[in-house]
Design a protein around this ligand. Structure first.
Ligand SMILES: CC(C)=CCNc1ncnc2c1ncn2[C@@H]1O[C@H](COP(=O)(O)O)[C@@H](O)[C@H]1O
Length: 268
């Protein structure tokens, strides 16, 4: 090391650097200087921060929404079709039962459920996803958020709703449905009603689940109780409300039992 290099030293955060270890520029300079290579923007450590930012934004925006139900279904369902009108009706009824409605914020069933809730004066939430083609949140949303990452968005549906309603849809809908069933089956979320709407649409899949999955012991008999299937919008809401009433009662009983045990332990 030359005596010139030896003299140079710099503090960099908690570190002290000397000689040739001292970088030519400061951290601030590198941050503020627009020039230079930008490959780092696409590197994984940077992505981790973006992912983290999506969680922070989502948690921040949704933390204070009241109890809510997520409604899923095809992005391709056309306004005016029976399934679209059914989703409008379900969105409205969910609001009337005291729930906010959360959807994927897109067109089709998502738009219909948001519309039903919004037109009835309810809180309508859309959690959109950035897609390769131009896309905007539907017009019936009070609180909207656009996610880059599907897995971050999926966390929000589960964390901020207390039930899932699933209307006819394609791969996206099946992905959301089976994630929810898996989370309930594995005890990651408890007492979480999942209602499938459309006995004809879901019938073939349910037959296969029973005839192939169940009969080859890939699931057990009680796993069939993890979801409820109906065509009746009134029943959709009733199943959810009943499950939540039962859940609240159980929680009260558990709380009372804990307090009784504590009191007995104190000898009071
Ligand atoms: C017209 C078109 C294809 C638009 C796509 N635009 C989308 N916008 C928001 N969420 C979406 C979209 N496509 C799929 N999803 C997600 O996947 C589900 C629907 O997918 P699918 O149509 O069943 O498979 C929705 O519940 C939603 O959460």
């Amino acid at each position: 090391m030359t005596s010139e290099e030896n003299r140079r030293s710099r503090r960099q955060g908690p570190a002290m650097l000397r000689g040739r270890a001292v970088p030519q520029t400061t951290t601030d300079q590198r941050l503020l200087d627009g020039r230079g290579p930008s490959d780092w923007v696409h590197a994984d450590p940077w992505r981790v921060l973006r992912i983290q930012a999506e969680f922070v934004e989502g948690f921040g925006l949704l933390a204070e929404i009241p109890k809510a139900v997520s409604v899923f279904g095809s992005a391709r369902t056309k306004p005016g079709s029976d399934e679209y009108e059914l989703a409008v009706d379900i969105g409205r009824r969910l609001h009337e039962a005291g729930y906010a409605v959360i959807t994927g914020g897109g067109p089709g069933i998502m738009e219909a459920a948001n519309k039903g809730c919004d037109d009835a004066g309810g809180l309508s939430v859309g959690l959109g996803i950035e897609l390769p083609f131009e896309q905007k949140l539907n017009d019936h949303i009070d609180i909207g958020l656009e996610f880059r990452y599907f897995f971050v968005r999926k966390t929000m549906f589960v964390k901020y709703s207390q039930a899932f309603v699933v209307l006819p849809g394609g791969f996206g809908t099946l992905d959301e449905l089976f994630e929810a069933i898996t989370l309930v089956q594995t005890g990651k979320i408890t007492r979480f009603p999942i209602v499938l709407v459309g006995t004809e649409f879901w019938g073939g899949l349910l037959d296969w689940v029973k005839q192939v999955m169940l009969s080859s012991a890939k699931i057990s008999e009680e796993d069939l109780d993890l979801f409820h299937v109906t065509d009746d919008p009134d029943e959709v809401v009733r199943v959810i409300v009943d499950a939540h009433v039962k859940q609240a009662r159980l929680q009260e009983e558990e709380q009372a039992a804990r307090e009784a045990a504590r009191a007995a332990g104190n000898g009071t």
